[in-house]
Design a protein around this ligand. Sequence first.
Ligand code: PEP
Ligand code: MG
Length: 883
Amino acid sequence: GKWVYTFGDGKAEGDAKQRDLLGGKGANLAEMASLGLPVPPGMTITTEVCTYFYEHGESYPPELEGQVNDALDLIAASTGRSFGDAKMPLLVSVRSGARISMPGMMDTVLNLGLNDTTVEALAENAGDERFAVDSYRRFIQMYSDVVLGVPMRLFDEHLEALKETRAVELDTELTAADWRELIETYKSLVAKETGKPFPQEPKDQLWGAIGAVFGSWRNDRAITYRRLHQIPERWGTAVTVQAMVFGNMGDTSATGVAFTRNPSTGEKALYGEFLINAQGEDVVAGIRTPQDITEAARKAAGSERPSMEKALPEAFAEFKAVCDKLEAHYRDVQDLEFTIERNKLWMLQTRAGKRTAKAALKIAVDMVDEGIISKDEAVKRIEPASLDQLLHPTIDPTAKKELFAKALPASPGAAAGEIVFSSEEAERLASAGKPAILCRIETSPEDISGMHAAQGIFTTRGGMTSHAAVVARGMGKPCVSGAGTVRINYAAGTMTAGDTTLKAGDFVTIDGATGEVLVGEVAMLKPELSGDFQRIMAWADAARRMKVRTNADTPHDARTAREFGAEGIGLCRTEHMFFDPARINAMREMILADDTAGRRAALDKLLPMQREDFTQLFEIMAGLPVTIRLLDPPLHEFIPHGEEEIKEVAAALGVDPDKLRNRARALAEFNPMLGHRGCRLAVSYPEIAEMQSRAIFEAAIAAAQKTGSPVVPEVMVPLVGLASELEFVKKRIDATAKAVSEETGQTFTYQVGTMVELPRAALNADRIATSAEFFSFGTNDLTQTTFGISRDDAGVFLGSYLREAIIDVDPFVSIDVDGVGALVKIAAEKGRQTRPDIKLGICGEHGGDPASIAFCETVGLDYVSCSPFRVPIARLAAAQAAL
Ligand code: PEP
Ligand code: MG
């Protein structure tokens, strides 16, 4: 087999398309060499060798040694240098390179080939003894650490000791003689630690380094990084061996990194930093402050230190031309590493530049305008989830941060405010015009108003679909949830993590994008929606097939969603309307009523309120489809639990506290999520469904009259498992529609459909579709019931599942294609068998998740529905799924 690919001198055996085989670095070096760019010659040992290495007890294919030797001969021919030569020694770098970059995770060895003989030749050639011996001692240190397992710390101790003896502070103050002395110390250290002298033979050094780089594919850092970024183990790394060039050969030498456009703003201007007389590590290590590459950047920064454009004008001109050539060739922003050795430019790396969301939009739009990419390509280049950065305030990346806790990033955006431990406190602060962060062990529906009043929400319990998380995302409020390391003491008004205790009134900042809770008020950046954003979204809308609706329960959410481009409401959770303090007591009256007549009397009070809510939603949506779901949660959620509250509420309702207490006891359930909820409520109390349907139809008539455009409401029945359940409820809905029509003399159309959120419903979707005109997949409950995992308790143990790689992603965040997805597919097929034009949508949290949206496209759903702030993300993800 072919295990080694060479490059250099305007030729290469591979190209940029062979990332899988050559790694990102190797593939792009080959491409640059073929383009005739100045690349130091080298070879890439393929990722297949890595696979072989691990499958054969860490040994190599028999042909490898010969192929490496042949490649070394080519490098020697190109450079006029060879390994161990006493006059013209070849020195190489040995680097890792996976398919996608894993920055800093694997090992690198530089200056390989130096030994007691070649160091003298290097000194002679460079005309600089100090440079040569410094390079040698660096090499011994790096090689021993990476290959021989002698800890870097031991070398540093000797270095520090030497500086102390010489009474100097900086490495740069040590002389060539000092370095020579240190080299001898290092060599004895290696002999003592490993029982063998430091290897002098360059080929031995090379094979040691190759083995170490392959070995580093399985070091702890790399394993963790792969798990976090879902990079498969089997990919393996390539090893690139390349002739060294030196940026530290005096004042006409330099090294640097650059982007062909500004990666934080997207501005079309070369952007980067360099250091004169330095090696790559010096730029990264941040010991010396780098200088700007262009004059323009230097002036903008007000720096006194010369730009590369001024200091090394010829190398700069060549570099600029290379940048233009590479960007045009790859048709994307490049992130480059280069070295200048005595005025001669060498390119060491190029890759697609990582950029902020704002820059990504600008670059994509500019490149369309410049004729470099098509509109569809522009749409494909934006990471949908990254749009979150643009819709919410974010922590200023330059701000100082003191971490209090880190938990789940449950709802994006950053917020700062005073710590409050109750919803009442949050409301009190809000009415005083002060920002608050609501900190709770967990939230319940009673906290809705407090969550509204607060700038952000923090909980110590609950996962990504816990109440706090779902509601916060719906409101577009930052939320960090499930901080198991934090203990909240409501009585004392404190919360504690490790040694730090914060109290009510202290400031905290939460970052819902990272899950960080920070002490104090941290500086933030404001969101802004640019013209670039609008243009990309318009292109996305033109490209997508699926509609994007929103989950909205309030006029405020509905309006926000429309501004973000929602094309209707896919889920209105009517229960949220009952938690309003002005309404909840009417709801409680209904729950406490002893018979149907009593319930109807209480429901009559709720009817006008619901009608008003729905009228507003229909008006805001102005003719767009609106799906309203009948009451879903167990009634227990609406009545007070604590003694204090029971007394208060009993007084307000004018009933005996005992009655309330008994009712609460009677309604308590072991598994409320599997209990008396969903359509089961409508079966027990059809009058509730009748009141809600009446409110919907009367509102539809009222809104149609006001706006002049017809409203076609979609009435949705939750948690259906049996076709007969839906038939039972539908009969009530239809009868109510008939009654409203007769009473008002108005005709109107409406649809009745169901949520598919139980496996039984999915498997019997053909029968259910005889009475359902639409299905909306409630993938929150469907995930809960398919896995048998409680969505409110999952946070506690799914973390271990993710850490142990038992699952790749939280199934409540991204749809489980093999299980939940299979049920969705079955339901869609069966539903269409019965009713070919059945309308299919999704309204679980997955409706705003790009990977799940891609799945929805494959099933051919008509729309996805998500919280208002996810609407732009869903529009873009739906477009990408269609392209
Ligand atoms: C669902 O179960 O997916 C759903 C949308 O309903 P809820 O989250 O209100 O249970
Ligand atoms: Mg549900």
